[in-house]
Design a protein. Structure first.
Lengths: 303, 105, 241
């Protein structure tokens, strides 16, 4: 017998998309839309003789969070690396359109390497639709919160969608980027980026670095309680999107470029942010890290 | 993809009342199992789509063993397989049967 | 067509559009009075943090000006700039910021029109042309999600196999027609007809139902399921709310 599933003991990194949703929202409140029983699978993977998954790696639906109705989407990072294909993407588009018409907030549990290359044109178009749907939901007042801590990280188009969210919560293991390490190495050579150097990957794209430069708003432990507390926090903030928001984002991104544009390594940036022993940052506990991160660049809702 | 399909008489009806349950993910060496309460309580069907070709005999044995020993009566079971080993398949089937009966997986 | 030819066709009476560091910036007159802001990417330049920020700053300045003038975005780019520095500094935020700026300018009354006239790929494409309200292309444009050698590395398929499959499988293969089929590109302009007229027609085309790319993808066969799935999710969620 395997032990019963205990939501509070879940490692976000190790867990499945369904386990993450179950552990995050009010117990038993999640109701899935276009669930696996509808067998809405990818129409394209068969061309590559690849197995399908009944939910195409995207689980969407509504739930309650602290008693309030909310919409939730979660990517399954172990299926095709969480990559966005036609059906996978369309489910999130539909959910975001519903968020706009119902004036509900949305939680997006990212876990993706980006566009699913076997259906690249459909996936890329879906990414563009998702970004537009995020922006439209936000313009009509919904908050769209990204949670990042899965094994596939949040890369490619996933990174761009995350950049459209009103707030981002990240764990140490949650990497955020556009071009993944392997692709940089393939295109630019191992001198530019050694994809096998895991320490380099974590400190260039990992959660601690993103939190320090203002690329994420909350740094959380790898479990549901930490994510719940952070979600509660950011849902209390306005999360608005208007010209003032983007003017402020323009200013903070210009400031980042001016302050750190000449940095060679993340540790140079961390030192400039006042971290006394920058090389020690990757090994710090959450508590110790938060203490040295007080001088970090904060987005202050400018995203 | 290789597609396999089995219809067996099931001695033990599935417990509980949940209409469906799903366990596992499709990944290398892993599989997902979707169980739906859709048949007469003494029947069980299992449909498999697998990336690993040529293992029909092993599937037949694992499925027969599962239906004989677990509460599988009344279940229509669908599997997407990423090339899981037989012990992983047996584990997921057992988890699925427990989940649809109302126990945690 | 070269950018110079395109600009001459769009603005027969002259324009104030220049290219510097691979970025297109400026404006040109509309036939009935008023102007079109022109900003984009030229010469197959990759889009990195610096370029994205410069373009976004310009878009936000236009949105603040409140002149209501359309924004035309001609694109001939590489992909996003693939470098350690860009990733270190958070390229995803810079590209998303540009896309949001374009959509906000649109919401503030500036019609946005993408014009793909060369190459484009991946993040650079998503943050620019694919973030406009309408996207058109000229024949010979060549969009792709990822070049085949990079795809080979990620999919662990050989370059030979991928090249073979690219010929047979439109949903994954690079190329203009394939992105027309998914609905990402609304229309292809006719280079034999006056471009100024075609631009006015594209700007005038209305969007009754908002983002219609998934519906176009269904009609054209490039995305058989997306529109129906999105609609079904929204209906199920609304039905229970």
């Amino acid at each position: 017998m395997t032990p019963a599933f205990e939501p509070e003991a879940l490692s976000w990194y190790e867990g499945s998309a369904r386990q993450r949703i179950a552990a995050l929202v009010d117990p038993g409140s999640f109701r899935e839309a276009v669930g696996p029983e509808e067998r809405a699978t990818s129409p394209h993977l068969a061309l590559f003789d690849l197995p399908e998954q009944f939910d195409d790696g995207m689980i969407v639906g509504q739930a309650a969070f602290k008693g309030t109705p909310i919409l939730v989407a979660a990517q399954e990072g172990r299926f095709m690396g969480g990559a966005v294909g036609e059906v996978h993407g369309a489910k999130l588009v539909g959910l975001l359109r519903a968020a706009k018409s119902l004036a509900l907030d949305v939680l997006v549990l990212f876990d993706t390497g980006g566009v699913r290359l076997q259906e690249a044109n459909a996936g890329e178009t879906a990414i563009a639709e998702i970004m537009r749907a995020v922006v439209e939901a936000r313009l009509s007042g919904s908050r769209v919160v990204g949670l990042i801590g899965g094994r596939s990280g949040c890369y490619g188009g996933g990174g761009l969608i995350a950049g459209c969210c009103s707030a981002l919560l990240v764990t140490e293991q949650g990497r955020i980027g556009v071009t993944g390490p392997e692709v940089i190495e393939t295109n630019r050579g191992v001198e530019e980026f050694d994809a096998r150097d895991r320490a380099l990957v974590w400190r260039t794209m990992g959660g601690k670095h993103r939190y320090l430069i203002g690329g994420a708003d909350r740094y959380v432990d790898d479990g549901p309680e930490a994510f719940r507390a952070a979600v509660r926090d950011v849902l209390a903030a306005p999360g608005r999107l208007d010209l003032a928001t983007l003017d402020a984002e323009q200013a903070r991104l210009e400031r980042r470029l001016a302050r750190f544009g000449a940095a060679r390594d993340a540790t140079d940036i961390w030192s400039a942010l006042g971290v006394a022993e920058a090389p020690a940052v990757p090994g710090l506990s959450t508590q110790a890290f938060r203490a040295v991160a007080l001088g970090r660049e904060s987005a202050h809702d400018a995203r | 993809m290789e597609r396999l399909s089995y219809t067996l008489s099931a001695p033990i009806p599935a417990g509980g009342t949940k209409p469906r349950a799903i366990v596992g993910v499709v990944a290398s060496g892993n599989l997902e199992v979707l169980l739906e309460r859709a048949l007469a309580p003494d029947l069980c069907t299992v449909e498999i789509a697998t990336a690993a070709h040529g293992f029909a005999e092993i599937w037949a044995a694992v499925v027969a063993d599962f239906v004989a020993r677990r509460a599988a009566g009344g279940l229509r079971i669908a599997i997407n397989d990423g090339g899981a080993r037989p012990d992983t398949v047996a584990l997921r089937l057992a988890q699925g049967a427990r989940l649809i009966a109302g126990d945690a997986a | 067509m070269t950018l110079a030819e395109i600009l001459a066709g769009l603005f027969p009476e002259g324009h104030a559009v220049t290219v510097a560091d691979g970025l297109i910036l400026g404006h040109g007159p509309r036939p009935g009075g008023g102007r079109v802001h022109v900003l984009g990417i030229a010469e197959g330049t990759p889009l990195g943090i610096d370029g994205a920020l410069a373009l976004a700053g310009r878009v936000l300045a236009i949105a603040r000006s409140g002149d209501g003038a359309p924004i035309l975005m001609p694109i001939d780019s590489a992909s996003q700039r693939m470098s350690r520095r860009d990733e270190l500094l958070g390229l995803n935020e810079y590209l998303a910021h540009l896309a949001k700026a374009l959509m906000l300018a649109e919401a503030a009354g500036h019609p946005t029109l993408g014009l793909l006239y060369g190459r484009s790929a991946a993040g650079a494409f998503i943050a620019t042309a694919l973030a406009t309200a309408r996207l058109v292309a000229l024949p010979g444009a060549h969009p792709e999600v990822m070049d085949l050698p990079s795809m080979a590395r990620v999919t662990k398929l050989s370059l030979d196999v991928l090249t073979q499959m690219a010929r047979a499988t439109p949903v994954f293969a690079p190329g203009l027609d394939n992105l027309v089929q998914t609905g990402a590109i609304g229309a292809i302009w006719d280079p034999q007809r006056p471009l100024a007229e075609q631009m006015e027609a594209s700007l005038a085309a209305s969007h009754p139902g908002g983002d219609d790319r998934d519906r176009l993808g269904a009609e054209r066969g490039g995305r058989p399921r997306a529109a129906a799935i999105a609609e079904r999710v929204a209906a199920q969620v609304a039905g229970r709310a």
